[in-house]
Design a protein. Sequence first.
Length: 334
Amino acid sequence: MTPIKDCIINKKIHCKPIWFMRQAGRYLPEFREIRKKNQNFIQLCLNKELSSEITLQPLKRFKIDAAIIFSDILIVPYGLGQKVEFKKDFGPILGDIDLNIFKKIEEENFTKKLNSIYESLKLTSENRLLNNKDLIGFVGAPWTILVYMLNKQSPKKKITSSLFNNEKLIDELLILIKKFLKIHIKNQVKRGASIIQIFDSWAGLVEEKKISKYIYDPTLEIVEYVKSLNVPAICFPREIKDYKEFCEVTKPDAVNIDYNVDPKEIIKNIKIPVQGGLDPKILLTDKETLKKETLKYLEIFKNHPYIFNLGHGVLPETNPEMVEYLVKTVKEYK
Ligand code: CP3
């Protein structure tokens, strides 16, 4: 049993496994080196050798307990036939929505289009660096994917409600999104993903009265699907108002908390294994502050199954030495 599974399935509290959201990425010079020569981000995700190499980069540097496959949550809209581009210093830009195109896509074409990602998972899972470690596959939650597909770029602090006026379109789109997220999950698990993380990066933006329709119901459906494949599901409902209710309704195997929630409140209210929490900006400070903040989370979750991670992804400005120091602090904690 891998350390993360021991924590999630056996509820072991003595070891505190560790990995990072966005652990493979722009803060690593070796990633930037590859990225420089590969301007098209989607094509880079679809290059199985390079994608596997990037996935393994953080494992070569740090004593972490999992790899997360190098890809993006927006690969699913891409697979469906929506245009997806990444503009430097801006982020993703998506093309217009055409349901008639999306409806024509069948499982087979979708799987074929994304096949290199599944090949990369297979290649990575066979690498000796993965010995007794998990290979994390992932999807965006239906709500976050819906937001990107409609808004066509990252929403800033809020989303215009007029985006959601056409209810018939939204309902049809949501059904399609759920269908293809499940296919993407199944394909990842078949090729070696041992855990699935569901990123709901924009969960904090949903209107309170729409939370069941857009977050609870579709997330529960996806979590149940992951569980049916005998693989643990970790949810990250970033900035959701009520983590307790979210966990009770959607029943993930573990939950990643964001850095705005008070971990002391979480420990009082949440029974399932917890992951993450530390503000990634702490990695931009100094070792002393980093140690203090890291120990804070370790102390609070001392008697709880806890996977060390951040409250959002590693920032591009992060010095890899700080990441190394953080891993050391967690591994030496008794
Ligand atoms: O975690 C990992 O290292 C695995 C790979 C991974 C990427 N994106 C690679 C990536 C994962 C798990 C993601 C998830 C993702 N993608 C999320 C959910 C997590 C979160 O951060 O909230 C979201 C919202 C996206 C969409 C996305 N992709 C955005 C908004 C951006 C641009 C800004 C940014 O955060 O980097 C991306 C691009 C992206 N995805 C990069 C990487 C390494 C940077 C590409 C580059 O410009 O070099």
